[in-house]
Design a binder for this molecule. Structure first.
Ligand SMILES: [Zn+2]
Ligand SMILES: [Zn+2]
Length: 494
């Protein structure tokens, strides 16, 4: 209907005044004016028990009622199904006024819309036993854009609703028949939720489009001090990270980080140490070549006699020897240790350093500051009586004499008497080999065993040699000395 509809009393409708049959595919564009039960399609519609269908109808004529039950589609609707309808019109009345229906009883409203810019009230004026699905006011713009057409058609194959949306014959509202309307989707963000999705309508279906991109961030190898990362994709809209280009596996920022590897330092020798000069070395990363500060390499121990000894020994002998002998060991010890303690800058020569004192030669076997030790190597001149001291002090350092070198007195035909100090724990092989005059051996140490007395250490000493040893060692030392070459005729006593 396109004409003006007017009635002075009840049940006035654009298509039907008092309906009790199916209304489908109808439209009204004429204004409708009545007293009560006034509607754009039907004034009053009631199936008296049977369900009446009002389907795929629209009203675009303004609806004016004097009193009550005034609606865009129907004034009063009972026992009906109202589906896929719209009203784009002003609706006015006194009570029970609705954009779709004024007064309803036992009605299912489904997929019905009214223009909420033209009528600002509710969809249904008065409800009783009604169900309402997708029935609501929509803006004029929604009618113009094609959205309402798309909703009314609601995926049905058969073309019922259409609207020309572009070109010269653009239609501003849904019509029955007409050009099919498609919904096109633009995602603004990887979230793809309603808040970030824009729907547009057109007479052609377009591909889903995206206002964001997932930008690839390539994998980066970690360096010594710089973290790397695995390959990932980053949303240009919100910055979320994904393991895949499709944006299905979201990952957190710290799971894509590959930690820095740390330096791989190795020592590099810049200059080898010599006997004359310190060397130098530094740590350097074999990957990035970062260098640490250089450190010194100590001088090598000299393989020749220290240069001081030739000049030192002549001057030492006359002054020290006479004064030491009378006072003996008790005077040496107290004088030695106090002078050592404060002199912390006194340095013990490196292991292997050769030293001489009182005509005897020694070699450093441990340069430990608290307990330096030397081996007794021998004496320059053959003497009849030799004492291997408990300790020896050279250049203010006091060493324990802990061993006698191999061959130290080998074939010494002058040696008659020897004292072995209490700190000796080792006697090298053939130390007294062939000392045929050696007859008196005083052993102060208690630490000798077969293991630490070398082979043939006492082979060839005087057949009647007498060992004086600590009392508790008599029997064990007898075995040790005989095993190391002393004749059975030698004596071992306390
Ligand atoms: Zn995003
Ligand atoms: Zn490095």
């Amino acid at each position: 209907n396109t004409g003006y509809v007017y009635g002075a009393t009840r049940s006035i409708g654009g298509i039907c005044g008092d309906n009790s049959a199916t209304l489908q595919g109808c439209y009204n564009v004429g204004n409708v004016n009545g007293k009560f039960y006034v509607g754009g399609i039907v004034g009053e519609s009631s199936g008296s028990g049977n369900t009446i269908w009002i389907k795929d109808c629209y009203n675009r004529g303004n609806v004016i009622g004097d009193t009550k039950d005034i609606g865009g589609i129907g004034g009063y609707i009972g026992s009906s199904l109202v589906e896929n309808c719209y009203s784009q019109a002003t609706v006015s009345g006194n009570t029970n006024v609705g954009g779709i229906c004024g007064n309803s009883n036992k009605v299912d409203f489904q997929n019905a819309y009214y223009d909420s810019n033209l009528y600002t009230g509710n969809a249904i004026g008065y409800l009783k036993d009604a169900t309402i699905k997708q029935t609501e006011g929509k803006t004029s713009q929604a009618f113009e854009s094609g959205e309402i057409t798309y909703l009314l058609q609601e995926g049905r194959e058969e073309a019922i609703w259409g609207q020309t949306l572009s070109g010269n014959d653009v239609q501003a509202y849904p019509v029955l028949g007409g050009a099919k309307v498609y919904q096109n989707i633009t995602y603004q963000d990887c979230a793809k939720d309603e808040a970030h999705t824009v729907y547009t309508y057109a007479n052609e279906q377009k591909q889903e489009s995206y206002d964001y991109t997932l930008q690839e961030v390539k994998a980066k190898e970690p360096k010594c001090t710089e973290a790397g990362n695995k390959a990932y994709y980053k949303c240009s809209a919100c910055g979320k990270l994904y393991a895949d280009q499709e944006g299905t596996n979201e990952v957190s920022a710290n799971t894509v980080v590959v930690p820095a590897k740390g330096h791989s330092f190795t020592w590099i020798i810049d200059r080898e140490a010599t006997e004359q000069a310190e060397g130098s070395r530094h740590e350097e990363c074999s990957i990035c070549h970062e260098k640490k500060a250089a450190v010194a390499i100590p001088k090598l121990p000299s393989s020749t006699q220290p240069s001081e000894s030739p000049s030192g020994s002549p001057s030492q002998k006359p002054s020290e020897a006479p004064s030491q002998k009378p006072s003996g060991s008790p005077s040496q010890k107290p004088s030695g240790s106090p002078s050592q303690k404060p002199g912390q800058d006194i340095k013990v020569p490196a292991k292997g350093t050769k030293l001489t004192a009182k005509g005897a030669s020694y070699q450093v076997t441990s340069a430990a500051e608290k307990n330096p030790t030397v081996v007794y190597k021998g004496s320059k001149k053959q003497k009849a009586s030799v004492t291997i001291p408990d300790t020896v002090t050279i250049d203010k350092v006091t060493y324990k004499v802990t061993s006698i070198a191999a061959n130290a007195f080998k074939n010494n035909k002058k040696l008659k008497k020897v004292v072995i100090g209490k700190n000796v724990t080792k006697i090298g092989k053939k130390a007294f080999y062939g000392c045929s005059k050696l007859k008196k051996i005083t052993v102060k140490t208690t630490k000798l065993t077969k293991k630490n007395v070398g082979r043939q250490a006492f082979k060839g000493i005087h057949k009647k040699a007498a060992f004086k040893v600590p009392k508790k060692k008599i029997s064990s030392y007898r075995k040790v000395f005989r095993a190391r070459g002393a004749a059975k005729t030698t004596k071992v006593t306390k």
